[in-house]
Design a protein around this ligand. Structure first.
Ligand code: CU
Length: 151
């Protein structure tokens, strides 16, 4: 696993050098498991990033219906309401309210063994802002949440 992450890092750096110097994409990675846990309680975005590529890896084995995970980013003041609205939105919407301005970014909902990523523009974020990331699968947000920090 460590080797694989290292390799991803090397590829990321190589792509970074190949891309135009004007746009900087910062890569963040987080995992979710079958115990309703992320491996991180904080994600840090450098304020000089133009874009974030956030990757979620489900390292468990349970199906998306039993133990689905995603990552949704909102302002901290919105997160519980968005989580509850996401539950109402249901499985077809992957538990994310549709066309909702409070949602800054979200990944797809995945099951064990799967990986997904989302790119979003950091113009959506303010340095020093108070952001929370969480899993909107029913019953998960109370445990699976953390702060997204821009510094
Ligand atoms: Cu989850």
């Amino acid at each position: 696993m460590r080797k694989m992450l290292c390799l991803l890092g090397v590829v990321g750096v190589a792509l970074g050098f190949a891309a135009p110097a004007s746009a900087k994409t910062c890569e963040l990675t987080i995992t979710g498991n079958d115990q309703i846990q992320y491996n991180k309680s904080e994600l840090v975005v450098d304020s000089d990033c133009d874009e974030v590529k956030l990757t979620l890896e489900h390292v468990g084995q349970m199906s998306v219906d039993q133990m689905g995970h995603n990552v949704v980013v909102t302002e901290t003041g919105d997160y519980k309401a968005v989580a509850q609205d996401g539950m109402q939105a249901g499985k077809d919407q992957e538990y994310v309210p549709a066309d909702d301005d409070r949602v800054i970014a979200h990944t797809s909902l995945i099951g064990g063994g799967e990986t997904t990523s989302v790119r979003f523009d950091t113009s959506e974020l303010e340095a020093g802002g108070d952001y929370t990331f969480f899993c909107s699968f029913p019953g998960h947000y109370g445990i699976m949440n953390g702060k997204l920090v821009v510094e």
